[in-house]
Design a protein around this ligand. Sequence first.
Ligand SMILES: [Zn+2]
Length: 79
Amino acid sequence: MASKKPNTKDSFQPTDKVKWSGIYDVVHGKGCKHGEHQVTCVTNEEFPPCATTCGSGVRFRLYEAAKHLGEYKRFKKKA
Ligand SMILES: [Zn+2]
């Protein structure tokens, strides 16, 4: 079972499922021109491999969890 609380020490790799929506620090492999940056990931999607140099060598670490708008029932869905 997945734990209920996000652990910011966990590091994820491509093909891992996103457990918590939020902002992730992305660390690319050595020599990849992308270096470090941040992305927003959404629950149940898979972390993607880098499209440029490092491929599956890229790692994702949760920076700040934030539920995606669609995960909240209290907002109206678009028609
Ligand atoms: Zn890369």
